[in-house]
Design a protein around this ligand. Structure first.
Ligand SMILES: [Zn+2]
Length: 586
């Protein structure tokens, strides 16, 4: 009885090995118990054959042909007159698969989803269709309800910007414990009310979760998540950096445009190939638009309305809304040189210039006689550029050279606002030499940037060392700096101060929840948008023993680290915890 060690009352009658292994079995027990009343009976009514699929052996699927019996129930009052003998160790009543095969399929479904699980299973002789697997997953029990003490809340998107759910993690065990269909105050507070053992809740800065906690778990201490704090701070800083980079780029646009204008005004035959200056002006314009776009999205992510954003960045509100609704930057192709009433007369003007006529008034009279209807200003502007560049080739080339060295002098122009922000938020000793140079130049580019840098550094120090006692002092420094961009961050901190203080003091953070949200996203994506909440919940909450053991080992190591930090405030050990937090900033 090698393949059925736990079934002493079954005898193997025969084994047939082909593509599939067929094992014929017979039940031996002289009695069976009635499933309705429980009384044992030995009166056999009839026999029949039942076919079951089992786990494969040496790569071959196994089919069991079972000879089982029907019994009479001997209790006269029992509603069931005849019953079939059961094999509870082997299979469920009426099932077509053994329990262990069902379990294997269910596990495949939980870790891979229906279709993928079916495909992988079939390759290994564990046969079951997608629908069978999904049915087994739905029938499985959810992990036993726990009584958590420390939890983390975070939202996850059913559909980006449209519909959000809530993921709840037990932070002490580092495990997801529930998935809620939305993130409303009603749903979340109702869940919290059912879990009165909770005493600490880590959450992001959202006011909805804060209200839900006040309503559903007023006993709990709220912890504002450090990563979200750093992320919000990074949002503010990137606005400062974006506007600074925008100024630098605008200066570049002006410089490049003047060269472009001269090359057009100099009357050179129109060339279909764009000149270097045109290309550079185009690049500078595009970079400037990109910077503005980044600034707009950063402000939008901070919850600013289109009208406010438009006022801050100095753009039309409709354009702001258009850019935001597109979700990316509309590409502005090469700009056509603006046509001017002077255009048809430029060749004549240049000719007269080369003949030595420098008088604006004289040239205007000549042009008017030829039918020029434009402004006097346009003529003078054209003459000024000719004066500057055309008359003296040496001056022209030096002007060009100057603007080129300028763009070389500003490696900062190659930085995007998020890249620049990244420089501010990483540890200085982790930066490469080139990055350190960029950071140095950024800090020198304006006093505001230097102040912003120092404030960021102080804040990150609090985050890394969990020294929340210095928060008050930091807020005073921000106030003294008069930096507008930090105001929204400070307002947020003031409104949520107890939780922020807890976040900068306690070891709890939403890190594990974020990890689970990422896992959820992966699972959701693998289900090609066909996930319903129940299925998703079963898959997200499922953890097999091995991965749990691995996780626990890792957690113990981390706790050891935390102990070392809190004991000795060691300089190097804590970087491990904050680097992943901040790495998302970039
Ligand atoms: Zn009975």
């Amino acid at each position: 009885m090698i393949i059925f060690p736990d079934l002493p009352h079954i005898e193997v009658e025969g084994v047939e090995v082909a593509e599939e292994i067929t094992v014929t079995l017979r039940t031996l027990s002289p009695i069976a118990s009635c499933p309705s009343c429980g009384r044992a009976s030995s009166r056999i009514q009839s026999r029949y054959t039942r076919t079951l699929r089992d786990l494969p052996a040496v790569g071959h699927p196994i089919r069991l042909i079972m000879h089982v019996r029907r019994f009479f129930c001997t209790k006269s009052t029992c509603v069931q007159k005849i019953f079939v003998e059961r094999l509870p160790e082997l299979c469920h009543p009426h099932a077509q698969r053994t329990k262990r095969l069902q379990e294997a399929l269910r596990r495949l479904g939980l870790s891979m989803g229906g279709q993928r699980g079916a495909d992988v299973g079939n390759e290994h002789g564990i046969n079951g269709s997608r629908d069978t697997i999904l049915r087994l997953v739905h029938q499985s029990d959810l992990p036993a309800k726990s009584e958590p003490h420390v939890i983390g809340l975070d939202d996850w998107a059913w559909k980006r910007r449209m519909r959000y759910g809530t993921l709840i993690c037990d932070l002490e065990r580092g495990l997801p414990i529930d998935l809620l269909a939305d993130r409303t105050v009603e749903t979340v507070s109702a869940w919290l009310e059912k879990h009165p053992t909770i005493d600490t809740i880590s959450r992001d800065g959202s006011s909805e979760y804060a209200s839900a906690i006040k309503k559903g778990a007023p006993q709990a201490r709220e912890v504002s998540d450090r990563w979200h704090l750093v992320k919000n701070l990074a949002g503010c800083v990137s606005v400062v950096l974006a506007s600074c980079l925008t100024q630098l780029r605008r200066a570049e646009v002006v410089a490049a445009a003047s060269v472009e204008q001269v090359e057009q005004s100099s009357g050179e035959p129109p060339s279909y190939q764009r000149t270097r200056a045109e290309r550079r002006a185009q690049r500078a314009r595009q970079a400037e638009r990109q910077a503005r776009y980044e600034q707009i999205t950063a402000l939008h992510n901070q919850g600013m309305k289109s009208a406010e954003i438009a006022a801050v960045v100095g753009m039309n509100e409709r354009t702001v809304r258009h850019w935001l609704s597109r979700g990316d930057l509309p590409y502005a192709g090469p700009r056509k040189p603006r046509s001017s009433p002077l255009d048809p007369y430029k060749t004549y003007l240049l000719e007269r210039w080369h003949q030595g006529c420098r008088s604006g008034a004289q040239l205007e009279r000549e042009l008017r006689a030829k039918g020029y209807k434009g402004s006097q200003k346009a003529i003078y502007r054209c003459l000024a550029t000719l004066e500057l560049f055309v008359s003296s080739p040496s001056r022209r080339s030096s002007a060009e050279a100057r603007s080129e060295t300028e763009s070389q002098l500003h490696p900062l122009l190659a930085l995007s606002a998020p890249q620049a922000t990244w420089l501010f938020f990483r540890k200085e000793e982790d930066l490469k030499a080139e990055e350190q140079e960029n950071l140095r130049q950024l800090r020198q580019a304006s006093p505001d940037l230097e102040t912003a840098y120092q404030l960021v550094k102080d804040f990150l120090h609090m985050v890394r060392e969990l020294s929340g006692e210095r928060l008050e002092e930091w807020l005073d420094k921000v106030e003294a700096s008069h930096l507008q961009a930090f105001q929204s961050f400070v307002t947020g901190v003031q409104q949520d101060k107890d939780a922020v203080l807890a976040g900068l003091t306690l070891v709890w953070s939403n890190g594990p929840v974020e990890g689970q949200v990422n896992r959820l996203k992966l699972i959701k994506r693998s289900m090609y948008g066909q996930a319903d909440l129940e299925l998703l919940k079963r898959r997200v909450l499922h953890h097999d023993k091995k991965s749990l053991e691995r996780k626990n080992k890792k957690k113990q190591a981390q706790q050891q680290d935390h102990l070392e930090i809190s004991r000795g405030r060691k300089k190097n050990t804590n970087s491990k915890h904050t680097t992943p937090l901040i790495s998302k900033v970039a």
